[in-house]
Design a protein around this ligand. Structure first.
Ligand code: RUQ
Ligand code: CUA
Length: 681
């Protein structure tokens, strides 16, 4: 292996960290295409009006905390799905039913940094059931249901800090994993940061996924050396049962990491035999430690609830020999990716001059032969020469992530030299390179980390856009670029902006999920205790200073739409049920001065907005979603009186005639007129 000259290495390091290296591409091809090229590219990405895209692409929103759903090849944004961040657009994390989704042991955390979407898999192929994504800052993993494009579950990871190497799926969705990027004391304690080496540790968690429901449970945690566990991928095929985690900072530096964590020529890939770990846990070799973590699940009734985890099973490598090995890997590795055959393990060494490729079968043999150079914190370190299948020479600068096309090729993103490098999985020779604009982080090929990549396109998820779009003040657009990878040479087809900073993404053919979409919630089975399934059951109830307004919305009115008897300082809960049973007919709800967000109600759904009026007056409310020709008529008023006022609680109900005709004898209860008067407290 060639040794990178010090000066050059230093420059590369500084440039990497400055994040500003925009160098010319290796082939010297210019971005300006000829008209013929442009025409061809345009037809490749053109999706005619009314036609569908071929792929759904799920892109992380990065520090936006959400998932962006895009169509490929067009790059059209289809949906912005709220996950870890509150979303005022539809009341996610604001409505009473969804607030518990953002609960953590630190309290209500309405934001996160979401990096790596991961589709559930069957036999190593994305099956379109669920999408998982990590919350990086307050360690969490979320699960989205892809029939509804909604977040259904969020589990917090205890003893972790910076949940970066996550959620990466095993090939039959047995587990998603969560490795901590930052080592911390586990369990947490008050200790000097100078005691890093003795008091801190790393954690790798295995979260079991129920195969029928997708529900996650924290199965066990591995207590690891205090390195930074950066990324992961699971084995597949022959390597099923193993997972791989890059760990940089094997120097265990705790300050000025740009220097102190860049000392060694090689850090590690941690190879974890999770089937072995499962066995050790079953044999009682794990210890149960107290832990407190939130597990938030959306119920069948559409209401999220938090359950508190109280303990975690912790397994150490010493207690479970054969569970963990280190593969020395140059240098400060970031991504680790397993090829479709499951045999090759590719690392992206940010500061490495080559792309090292380990062989899974050689690794097993090296373990059997005990080809170790020693141990690090009790974990056997395998000989580099014994596990390496080959190195891609002169790949470019700053390799980060690799995806595969299923045709025997790998594609690696090169952050520093701003390019995608295509190489051959047999010869490890570079076959092609294409510039990215600029500083590509992850790249994504549909199914590109699975056993059967669909190939066809690669998307570069770039960190810097500079001059690519119309400028928009100090912050420029975030950007993805689409490449045609069906031929020998990669072809840049288009640029498209994304929401938030895109990290990883995944894509699958639209045909897998498009016909499974939920069109509406069934009103008849709506189990929200505050649901009103018809206008007759709408009402206003006061209990002390708590007022429940049970309302319905349907084109083009609310019931009730005039409410009196509310007082300053009341806690008012608007429980709205959308009575529509048609696809694509949501109604919105917002009230003057509400210090929250709007509600956006899907057909058949109930959502609740809390409101505390702070001053006397008449407060209009209205539907925010243009739902019909009479949408602008969809409005109402609330009268807010001073605290203690003698204004009776009063609202309008459905007409007396309807009540009388449909429910003989009930009309005395339902209201003898078109208003209900229930007196004050
Ligand atoms: S990481 S590039 Cu989470 Cu590579 Cu973003
Ligand atoms: Cu309902 Cu507009």
């Amino acid at each position: 292996m060639s040794v990178i000259p010090l000066l050059y290495r230093r420059t590369a390091t500084l440039a990497l960290l400055a994040g500003a290296a925009v160098t010319a591409n290796g082939c010297g091809r210019a971005s300006g295409a000829t008209l013929g090229d442009a025409r061809e590219a345009a037809t490749r990405v053109y999706v005619a009006p009314g036609k569908y895209d071929e792929f759904y692409a799920f892109m992380s929103g990065g520090f936006d905390g959400q998932i962006g759903v895009y169509g490929l090849p067009s790059g059209r944004l289809l949906k912005h799905v709220p996950v870890f961040s509150q979303n005022a657009e539809n009341g996610w994390g604001y409505s009473e039913q969804t607030k518990p989704m953002l609960q953590t042991s630190y309290g209500f955390v309405p934001w996160d940094d979401a990096h790596h979407p991961e589709l559930s898999q069957t036999a190593g192929v994305p099956d379109g059931r669920w999408l998982f994504i990590n919350g990086n800052n307050t360690p969490r993993i979320a699960r989205l249901d892809l029939t509804r494009f909604e977040t259904e579950e969020i589990i917090e990871i205890p003893n972790s800090a910076g949940n970066h190497s996550s959620p990466f799926m095993t090939e039959n969705s047995e587990y998603v994993v969560a490795g901590t990027r930052f080592s911390v004391p586990a369990p947490q304690k008050d200790v000097s940061i100078d005691d890093y080496k003795s008091a801190f540790s790393g954690t790798i968690s295995y979260i079991k996924v129920d195969s029928a429901t997708g529900h996650m449970t924290l199965a066990f945690q591995l207590r690891m050396p205090a390195f930074d566990y950066d990324l992961s991928h699971s084995g597949k095929g022959p390597s099923h049962g193993w997972s791989f985690f890059t760990s940089y900072n094997s120097e265990e530096g705790n300050s000025k990491l740009e220097v102190n964590a860049s000392q060694r020529d090689k850090d590690y890939i941690a190879a974890i035999n999770w089937k072995q770990a499962e066995q050790c846990v079953a044999q009682g070799k794990a210890t149960t430690e107290p832990a407190r973590y939130a597990h938030n699940l959306m119920g069948e009734d559409g209401i999220a609830r938090t359950e508190w985890g109280t303990s975690v099973k912790v397994l150490t490598p010493e207690a479970c020999p054969g569970m963990a090995y280190y593969l020395p890997t140059p240098k400060s590795p970031h991504g680790v990716d397993v090829d479709p055959s499951g045999e090759l393990i590719v690392a992206g060494g940010k500061l490495a001059t080559v792309i090292p490729v380990h062989s899974f079968s050689k690794m097993l043999k090296a373990i059997a032969d005990r080809a170790f150079t020693g141990e690090d914190h009790g974990i056997p370190v395998l000989k580099y020469e014994a596990t390496v299948a080959g190195e891609v020479q002169n790949p470019g600068l700053g390799p980060l992530h690799t995806e595969f096309d299923g045709q025997g090729h790998a594609y690696t993103s090169m952050f520093l030299s701003s390019e995608i490098v295509k190489w051959d999985l047999k010869t490890f020779k570079v076959l092609d390179r294409a510039p990215t604009y600029y500083s590509v982080g992850h790249l994504m090929i549909p199914g590109g980390d699975s056993r059967k990549p669909w190939g066809k396109y690669a998307v570069a998820l770039n960190k810097i856009t500079k001059d690519r779009y119309l400028p928009t003040g100090p912050e420029l657009a975030q950007s993805a670029q689409l490449y045609d990878i069906s031929g020998d040479r990669m072809k840049l087809l288009s640029d498209f902006p994304t929401i938030g900073e895109p990290h990883y993404a995944q894509a699958l053919p639209a045909s897998i999920i498009k016909d499974r979409q939920l069109k509406m919630y069934n009103l008849a089975t709506n189990a929200d205790p505050w649901a009103a399934k018809n206008e007759k059951s709408t009402r206003v109830e006061r209990k002390g200073n708590v007022v429940h307004v049970v309302m319905t919305s349907v084109r083009s009115h609310f019931m009730p739409d005039n409410i009196e008897g509310i007082q300053v300082g009341d806690s008012v809960y608007f429980h709205l049920t959308n009575l529509e049973q048609d696809w694509d007919v949501p109604h919105g709800f917002a009230v003057l001065g509400n210090t929250n967000a709007e509600l956006l109600l899907m057909p058949g759904q109930t959502r609740t907005l809390a409101w505390v009026p702070s001053r006397v007056g008449i407060y209009p409310f209205y539907c925010t979603d243009f739902c019909s020709a009479l949408h602008q008529e969809m409005q109402g008023y609330i009268r807010v009186s001073p605290k203690g006022a003698k204004v009776a609680l009063k609202w309008n109900s459905p007409s007396y005639h309807e009540v009388e005709n449909e429910h003989e004898g009930e009309h005395e209860v339902a209201g003898a007129a078109t208003t209900g008067e229930h007196g004050t407290r």
